[in-house]
Design a protein around this ligand. Structure first.
Ligand code: SF4
Ligand code: SF4
Length: 397
């Protein structure tokens, strides 16, 4: 196992255990199986275990395994505040206390504001006193590092990153998401600030393994490298020194062993030009199935009406390279569920963006097409309800 440093010089294993996908037996997590897998990962050097308040049963199982096997102080626990469920300062402490109890511990090593998509959500938390609360918890030693997990667009990521003295952050990043979500730009910006970056969705929830076009799989097979599609995805991440730890939701001993071997062997800068070329070809095969040839360069931004042009096109393409449901889900997360939404339908047709697009995309037409596909009537209704709930007024401290 290889290790990279956190902000304070502590070692974090470059493979982290994502605890949201433990095997279930009926309504419960299969405790014995989860214990075996967690302990195998620990024996092979994994020291970072990531869970969250809302992963059903996950915090309890992780806490019990660490306690029963007497390894709590030998590993790091990362868990998350369900900030979207909190309306006042009392709520913050209530969830945190419950999490400590579930995890059978008196401190959390890496604590995250869960699922921020917009600077407004962070400002809302500040309004109800989160900054003072964090200071108190860090002073008492109950929280060692404070961070946030992020799912919005690059611009909002940079705003949140710059708005507080974070210890770390967690982003969705993989060889397809180089220019969407926080993207490579976000990764580099965090690194420049000396903030470790934990990666989630390194294989787009398994889609870079299970839903790869046959032509793309053939590129990997013909490469002469004896790497599985999963290994290609992980190696691409480990190749970048700005990546600190890559989370994998492992739920078999074979998966744990395979990922630990990769994490022992794949050093930064190890991929050759030929390897990068193969990955580029795979990306272009996936992209061929896309609806819009947007590269995500962002030259067209900002739009005076607040439309997230590359974000919209990324979601539209996802509908055809992956699944319709996936593209619509991403659209809801990155475009629709922000305080100031950036819907394609906000476009007034000024044409400024098209003059700047190096791909000569007919942006106005494509935006109309994309919005129609991404927001069918039942999604519009669901999004409106979710927005009312998420952006309701909160009591000030
Ligand atoms: S044409 Fe539409 S998307 Fe493009 S800059 Fe104008 S308002 Fe924004
Ligand atoms: S300028 Fe064109 S290619 Fe670049 S992000 Fe905008 S639409 Fe996409």
């Amino acid at each position: 196992m290889q290790y990279r440093k956190d902000k304070y010089g502590n070692d974090i294993s470059i493979l982290g255990y994502g605890c949201m996908r433990f095997t279930r037996k009926g309504n419960q997590i299969n405790y014995e199986k989860a214990e075996e897998e967690i302990m195998k990962a620990y024996e092979l050097g994994v020291n970072y275990f990531d869970t969250a308040y809302i992963y059903p049963g996950s915090e309890e199982v992780l806490g019990r395994v660490l306690k029963d096997n007497n390894i709590r102080d030998k590993v790091n626990i990362a868990t998350k505040l369900p900030q979207y469920m909190i309306t006042d300062s009392k709520g913050i402490n209530k969830y945190f206390t419950e999490e400590l109890k579930r995890l059978r511990t008196d401190h959390i090593d890496y604590y995250l504001m869960h699922h921020l998509t917009d600077i407004e959500q962070w400002k809302r938390l500040k309004d109800i006193g989160i900054v003072k609360w964090i200071e108190d918890k860090k002073n008492s030693g109950e929280i060692r590092n404070i961070g946030f997990s992020y799912h919005g667009n690059t611009d909002n990521f940079l705003k949140i990153l710059g708005d507080y003295d974070w210890d770390f952050c967690q982003i969705q990043y993989n060889y397809l998401d180089r220019t969407t979500q926080a993207g490579e730009k976000g990764l580099k910006a965090a690194n420049e600030k000396g903030i470790p970056v934990v990666i989630m969705e390194p294989l787009r929830g398994g889609k870079l393994v299970n839903m790869l076009p046959e032509e793309a799989k053939k590129e990997f097979t013909d490469s002469g490298r004896n790497w599985s599609p999963a290994e290609w995805g992980l190696r691409w991440l480990y190749n970048q020194p700005e990546v600190t730890c890559v989370l994998s939701g492992m739920n078999s001993i074979e998966m744990v062993e395979e990922n630990c071997i990769t994490a022992s062997d794949a050093t930064a800068g190890k991929l050759t030009d030929d390897d990068q070329e193969i990955l580029n070809k795979v990306v272009s095969i996936i992209n061929k199935k896309e609806k819009v040839g947007c590269t995500g360069c962002r030259y067209c931004m900002p739009c005076p009406k607040g439309v997230d042009i590359p974000g919209t096109f990324a979601c539209y393409n996802t509908m055809y390279t992956e699944r319709k449901k996936e593209g619509r889900f991403q659209y809801a997360q990155t475009v629709a569920l922000t305080r100031e939404p950036s819907f394609a339908s906000q476009c007034v047709g000024c044409g400024m963006c098209e003059k700047k697009c190096p791909q000569s995309i007919n942006i106005r037409e494509k935006l109309k097409e994309a919005d129609k596909a991404l927001r069918p009537l039942h999604y519009k209704i669901g999004i409106n309800i979710a927005r009312k709930y998420m952006f309701r007024k909160t009591k000030k401290k």
